[in-house]
Write a protein that binds this ligand. Sequence first.
Ligand SMILES: [Zn+2]
Length: 106
Amino acid sequence: MRKQFTVKQGVSLEGMHPIIYPALYIMESLYRDRVNGENFVITSASEMSSAHKEGSKHYEGKAVDIRIWGFTQEQAHEVVKDANYWLSPILSVILEKDHIHMHVNI
Ligand SMILES: [Zn+2]
């Protein structure tokens, strides 16, 4: 089963590491648990973007960014903590200023 995720226009999931998909499924359930499923939107993945540093894991298909609209700062921290509980050490989930960044460590 391949789940379709909401992806912002212009964002490409092409060439993503396959572990990203079950990880996104877990992330989405953490949003749904907090009644914020509609804001589970992938805002960046493997597409070329000036927003990413050179050599970024995004270009290797090993990172995605997710919208945090609808969460308080405290809820966003909680989601990241829960996500790391399930996904560490295979993936790392980091709360950035205006999004959640998740990358594959393998
Ligand atoms: Zn990122």
